[in-house]
Design a protein around this ligand. Sequence first.
Ligand code: TXA
Ligand code: MG
Length: 304
Amino acid sequence: MTNLKEALTILKQNGVVAMPTETVYGLAGSIDSEEAIKKIFSVKERPFFDPLIVHVSSIEMAKPLTKSWNNLHQKLADIFWPGPLTMVIDKSEQVSDLITSGLQQVGIRYPAHQIAIELITQFGAPLAAPSANKFTKTSPTSASHVYNEFQDEVYILDGGECEVGIESTVIGIFENEIKIYRPGMITSEEIRMALSEDFSHIEINFAQSPVAPGQMKHHYMPKKPVTLTTMPVEGKSSWIVPSDPTLAARQLYSKLRELDEKEGSEIFIILKEDFKNDERYSGVLNRLNKAKTTDLYFNGKDIY
Ligand code: TXA
Ligand code: MG
């Protein structure tokens, strides 16, 4: 269903709705409603220590959520928004501790999906939204994935299949450094290219997220065991990851779901050795590394 009016009514009544974005579907609620935010955590079965990101439909809407919006935030927003980049920035009073799990920073994103943009614009205020899946499970990239997860518990806006297919790149922004907490389709290379001369002093590094380190090791997990390998596997339920990184990301979650429903007791994911050396696969490799049960690919080395 794409009944925006119905979705807006639910949001105004402190409810939650599933909202399509270009990355994955989100489970959205008003940042000003404690009831809605609590509902997001309870429907998702998500622990309160894992903060939510806040979605806006303009740069102007993002600014008051932050303590001090600076030139670097502006530059990154100008280049990458709307799009799959979440910026973690010092928060203002407008964002509750419930949303940020007590952290003084908030993750903000301006999604590039017409339905999300219209929903937020018509609602007139930012929406908090994690991916619309149960905690630690595979993220949804279509309305039917969301339905399989929550059935009639959640009103779903159908926006078709998600173009990007994996969640946004999450970055922390500091005076002299950008930390990539979660890799995604926007790479460190692209961020580097986007920063003009004025920001040439900024280092860009992959870093452990400040959110409950260690507790998020297993994520994106299908029900069946997942083996990562470089070897072809005959007659088993397997997916050969496409060499085009955009396609690989777009297909990842629907393939994991499809293989989980098919016959066979195990899932095999077949990867090329040289994906490891190409940052454009970092988002896909990061998700697979957390979804796996058996690792014949990374050999214990977490590269992202
Ligand atoms: O593409 C996306 O980001 C999707 C769509 C729906 O926008 N959303 C999404 O939300 O993936 P979620 O909650 O599933 O993942 C958000 C990630 C979590 O790993 C969370 O720990 C991190 O962002 N995060 C949120 N706020 C943070 C903060 N203040 N500091 C550090 N990490 C934060
Ligand atoms: Mg998630």
